[in-house]
Design a protein around this ligand. Structure first.
Ligand SMILES: O=P(O)(O)OC[C@H]1O[C@H](O[C@H]2O[C@H](CO)[C@@H](O)[C@H](O)[C@H]2O)[C@H](O)[C@@H](O)[C@@H]1O
Length: 275
């Protein structure tokens, strides 16, 4: 039997500059008097990866847990994803949480107000046409069109990874204003001005996120922008998995994220876990 790889995680306080290869510590629990704002990535962090974007399973208990966290944080809980916000609402129904979608192209504030970075129509048409052509030339590569972006998935054709990245890089080079966003068995093309770090900063500019310690949990390269943003704000950056990262804490897998979030919810409901 092949056992899934579970990186070793140690239980010590983080050092400011861990030596390369040193396991990151597990994240702490909230303390009284230092309220958190929680920002959660979705695929690979809250949800296990699936064969296709529509194949993911949201455990029913996760919906209840997110609801508890939102209430205990006075609303300061947001999803920050490469998926569009409508897709997030469908997955996490009946919740409609504050969110950043499509790597920060879409934002929904706590009061429900939405804004979106829109691509020029002609540019969007060229982007989608070039991405369709590339996917058609690479059997097994699947196209996921999104508002203002496009994802080229090669989970079903891993041998084509290099061709997908090279083809996507050619598209980005030909279309000013479009940038590459590599991810888990995927290469995405998105507006150059959008990333998850800016999305977290935009959400933090308004209540209930403002003046709270930002805590970001993510697994992928797109999440590095958000790790950097919360590190700048003296927040907590939590990597799901094990790889070189700007994150200062780590958890091995989504199941461990759920377990930690349950402890966070319990600590918040009891008024914080310490002085
Ligand atoms: O920022 P995230 O919430 O982590 O979203 C990143 C991308 O996630 C989805 O793709 C990934 O998950 C799929 C389902 O498990 C998997 O099949 C795929 O290989 C992964 O790359 C989503 O489809 C993308 O739109 C998101 O950008």
């Amino acid at each position: 039997m092949i056992r899934p790889y579970r990186p070793q995680i140690c239980e010590v306080e983080p050092r400011s500059t861990p030596a390369p290869g040193t396991p990151l510590p597990r994240p702490p629990l909230p303390h009284r008097g230092a309220p958190w704002a929680l920002f959660l990535d979705v695929d690979g962090s809250l949800l296990e990866f699936a064969a296709s974007p529509s194949g993911v399973r949201v455990p029913p208990a996760l919906i209840g847990l997110l609801q508890r966290l939102r209430d205990a944080l006075d609303g300061a809980l947001a999803l920050v994803s490469g998926r569009g916000i409508d897709d997030l609402d469908r997955l996490f129904a009946p919740l409609r949480l504050p969110a950043a979608g499509v790597h920060g192209c879409e934002l929904r504030a706590a009061d429900g107000a939405r804004r979106a970075l829109e691509l020029d129509r002609a540019l969007a048409a060229r982007l989608h046409a070039r991405a369709r052509e590339l996917a058609a030339a690479l059997p097994g590569v699947r196209l996921e069109p999104k508002p203002a972006a496009v994802a080229l998935h090669y989970r079903h054709a891993p041998a084509l990874a290099a061709q997908v990245h090279e083809g996507a890089a050619r598209i980005a080079a030909a279309l000013p204003g479009i940038a590459l966003q590599p991810g888990a068995m995927v290469c995405e093309l998105k507006p150059a001005g959008a990333d998850k770090g800016r999305a977290v900063e935009a959400l933090r500019a308004a209540p209930p996120f403002r003046d709270r310690t930002p805590v970001f949990v993510g697994d992928d390269l797109t999440d590095e922008h958000a790790f950097a943003a919360v590190n700048r704000a003296d927040g907590l950056s939590v990597l799901v998995g094990a790889r070189p990262s700007a994150a200062r804490y780590a958890l091995p897998a989504p199941a461990d994220v759920h377990a930690w979030l349950r402890r966070v919810a319990a600590a918040l409901e009891q008024g914080g876990s310490g002085p």
